[in-house]
Design a protein around this ligand. Structure first.
Ligand code: NAD
Length: 418
């Protein structure tokens, strides 16, 4: 893993690439490299033993030109402001690519949630929400889960916001429990979107999905869901990983058993059942396979790793897993990279469905959710694929052309205030 690559530099480099491709006005290009606003908050927490610890949190709005901000909240010891800015920027492109009436935002708290008790985690979430309360809202910015956060945390956030406003406002966050205004299909939405896009790409390039061998980095919400979906579809899952280790079996792993273990809060390194060998993160990423799914964090596929990658498709479950230098290498090697803003956009798509269900107080069935998700994500995929074929460019540059063009058009139509 490369810790010295700043994800914000990556996000800016990506803007430069597309700006050149579409002849974007220099002043718009510079504007898009900036964020609209950022809030840094200090979160003092009374720990269970009576001591106090202080954490730092962020919420960033990259662009609200096409609608309220939208993006997850990350609880991780590695969170820092530039990372949150990059993640917010990527959210802008994602909502734009899907043509959703939303902008891009992101939040984070620099904390290892696994080191807190449930009560401490609740106090941290509630205080963080109180600190950012004027920055969020159904028509301002709607947070959702990301690395290290889940539906329980969204429930606490929704409760704090509602208590302060004096009425129940479910539409302030998405990814909530279904009982309090969450949507069916939200938890599996990102993985489901990955599956729809991979299936569509395999059909385009003449591959049978069920014959593909798979490697998944990160076995959380995104990685776990796509691993299970592909396993159930008959694909051989050669290797998976979490933050503790990676495990490999050339005949294929039993994903259901592994997920049972991990979903009980255990680390992969402590898994003891069946045949497998432990391998390093580096070995995992460079294993010979058909589809590599990075679904952990950013900057995993660096130049050094890209040189040694042996797969047909990189399906970006995580945000920003590939650096621009690595991207060039993969493109030259003829590897199809399905970019994050397309591949993992299922989550924000169903978050949007959750948000409109909350506003209308009318809830859809799972069939409708998955049908509409498939329609929207496949439409974006087809448009992206067509542009990449016509212009002979990567899927990433094609997706960026669509997303950035929509944003720059919105800026042009609205004009610069005052
Ligand atoms: P998660 O917390 O549920 O799972 C993250 C997984 O990655 C875990 O298995 C964890 O052990 C592993 N991991 C964490 N840090 C790591 C590291 N330094 N090295 C190797 N592995 C590491 O998170 P998630 O919601 O599945 O998100 C994963 C990625 O997908 C993130 O980049 C996130 O921004 C992106 N994403 C998530 C969603 C969503 O709906 N949850 C939507 C779009 C994109």
């Amino acid at each position: 893993m490369s810790k010295d690559i700043n994800p914000l530099d990556v996000a800016k480099a990506q803007i430069d690439i597309v700006a050149k491709e579409i002849g974007l006005e220099p002043r718009v290009r510079e504007y898009l490299k900036r964020i609209e606003r950022a809030l840094i908050v200090t979160i003092p927490i009374l720990m269970d033993d009576g001591s106090m610890q202080i954490f730092e949190g962020y919420r960033v709005h990259h662009s609200t030109v096409r609608g309220p901000g939208k993006g997850g909240i990350r609880f991780s010891p590695y969170v820092y402001l530039d990372e949150v800015k990059a993640l917010a920027t990527w959210m802008t492109w994602k909502t734009s690519l899907l043509n959703l009436p939303l902008g891009g935002a992101k939040g984070g708290v620099c904390v290892d949630p696994k080191k807190l008790s449930s009560r401490e985690l609740e106090r941290l979430t509630r205080r963080y929400t109180a600190e950012i309360i004027n920055f969020i809202g159904p028509d301002i910015d709607i947070p959702a889960p990301d690395v290290g956060t889940d539906k329980k945390i969204m429930a606490w956030m929704m409760d704090v916001y509602s208590m302060q406003k004096g009425r129940t406002i479910p539409g302030v966050v998405t990814g909530k429990p279904i009982e309090i205004g969450g949507s069916v299909g939200r938890e599996s939405a990102t993985g489901m979107g990955l599956y729809f896009v991979l299936d569509a790409l395999c059909a385009k390039i003449g591959l049978k999905l069920e014959d593909q061998t798979i490697v998944v980095q990160g076995l959380g919400n995104v990685g776990g869901t796509i691993a299970q979906l592909l396993y159930d579809h008959g694909c051989k899952i050669l290797a998976v990983s979490d933050i503790s280790t990676a495990i490999y079996n050339k005949s294929g792993l039993n994903v259901t058993k592994l997920l049972d273990w991990v979903n009980q809060g255990n680390y992969l390194k402590d898994f003891k059942e069946g045949n497998y060998q432990f391998i390093s993160n580096d070995e995992l990423l460079t294993l010979k396979c058909d589809v590599l799914v990075p679904a952990a964090i950013e900057n995993q596929i660096t130049q050094q790793i890209a040189d040694r990658i042996e797969c047909k498709i990189v399906l970006e479950g995580a945000n920003g897993p590939t650096t621009p230098e690595a991207d060039k290498i993969l493109y030259k090697k003829g590897i199809h990279v399905v970019p994050d803003i397309l591949a993992n956009s299922g989550g924000v798509c169903v978050s949007y469905f959750e948000y409109i269900q909350d506003i209308h107080s009318y809830f859809w069935k799972l069939e409708r959710i998955n049908e509409e998700l498939k329609r929207i994500i496949i439409e974006a995929f087809e448009e992206t694929y067509k542009i990449s074929m016509e212009r002979k460019i990567s899927l990433r540059t094609a997706a960026y052309i669509i997303a950035v063009s929509r944003i720059s058009k919105a800026i042009e139509l609205r004009g610069i205030f005052p």
